[in-house]
Design a protein around this ligand. Structure first.
Ligand code: ZN
Length: 340
């Protein structure tokens, strides 16, 4: 298979006119510079590094409620709605969100999955027959972690996760945990667990930033979610200077799981460059989950998003990387390649 257009090549997303050659196994064989007719823009498909797609059953519910009233276990609105939903309703709603994620250029999501073993199974069932790798970071028992792809802890103030942390390490799977969303009190205990990644980090203090720099623990930021729940906004420049920053859309209840929207928001409230934002939306999440895509370079799996560069929205844009990050949307997607 061959794709032609302006290719955002390698880690720098250097725009190159030419063709991407994909072999029969679905791996990128070559990126060739040559004059082509196509005005398409070819970028790596997105890795949404933090979602809760179970709350696809609760889109736009809970107007006026606080973060705690909305999502805190066990009695937040979201958890009551999850308990009331049948397994079939849950699977169908999650499948719908996964289809939208695919259509909007996303190859994978790192999902913090409620509902223990059953919840992990529901996600896998929903993902079956879609083109999204839905990775289940299970919450609840060690059995759920073993059934899924890792452990996703709610936060170090909720519980002592030593046992789950150890079991996840022994299983050779990644352990992620929310930290610093509401305030700073759960950051040190979360770091003490030596997690594979942290989620949010809206409220780090200088000594937390030192610990982040020292451990280089990757951080997934979800700025639109933080805005909508009044948590504040994460100091993304400070985090980016110290470690790998990836991007996630968090609760489907609160935000559409569109990486285009998340990238635009991050790019416009922060001083991160367009390539830094695009890396947070692709390669950095792939690295956290050990996925073999996320960049366009030989040897990587071909998970690619192809945009039509001549839509009324994108026509005439002078910088393809800035156009992808700050302007593009689902309507500009021509094709999402999931060969690899
Ligand atoms: Zn979360």
């Amino acid at each position: 298979m061959e794709l032609t257009g302006t290719i955002l090549r390698g880690r720098a997303f250097e725009p190159v006119e030419g063709r991407v050659v994909v072999d029969d196994e679905g791996r990128i064989e070559a990126v060739e510079e040559t004059a082509v007719d196509s005005s398409d823009i070819i970028l790596p498909a997105f890795v949404n590094a933090h979602t809760h797609i179970g709350d696809s059953i609760a889109k736009e519910a809970g107007r006026g409620l606080s973060l705690e009233e909305l999502v805190a276990p066990p009695d937040g609105l979201k958890h009551r709605l999850l308990r009331d939903a049948s397994q079939a309703e849950l699977v169908e709603a999650m499948g719908t969100s996964l289809r939208f994620m695919h259509e909007s250029g996303t190859a994978a999501c790192l999902d913090f999955r409620e509902g223990d073993v059953e919840g992990v199974r529901a996600l896998k069932e929903a993902a079956d027959g879609t083109d999204v790798d839905a990775l289940a970071f299970a919450r609840g028992s060690v059995e759920a972690m073993e059934e899924g792809d890792g452990f996703g802890a709610s936060g170090a103030n909720d519980d002592d996760f030593e046992y789950e942390r150890r079991a996840t390490r022994e299983a050779g799977k990644p352990f992620g945990i929310h930290a610093g969303e509401v305030d700073e009190t759960d950051i040190d205990p979360a770091l003490d667990l030596e997690p594979d990644f942290l989620v949010h980090m809206v409220h780090p203090e200088p000594d937390h930033l030192d610990r982040v720099a020292e451990s280089e623990v990757p951080i997934v930021v979800c700025p639109r979610s933080n805005l909508v729940t009044d948590a504040g906004l994460p100091p993304v420049e400070d985090l980016h200077e110290r470690t790998t920053v990836a991007l996630g859309t968090d609760n489907v209840m609160l935000n559409s799981p569109s990486m285009f929207r998340e990238m635009e928001f991050l790019a416009k409230f922060s001083d991160l460059s367009a390539p830094d934002v695009l890396r947070a939306a692709t390669a950095n999440g792939a690295e956290i989950a050990d996925l073999e895509y996320g960049l366009i370079e030989p040897g990587r799996k071909a998970r690619l998003t192809v945009l039509d560069g001549e839509t009324p929205n994108l026509e005439g844009a002078r910088d393809p990387v800035r156009a992808v990050v700050r302007r593009a949307g689902v309507d500009d997607v021509r094709e999402v390649v999931t060969a690899g």
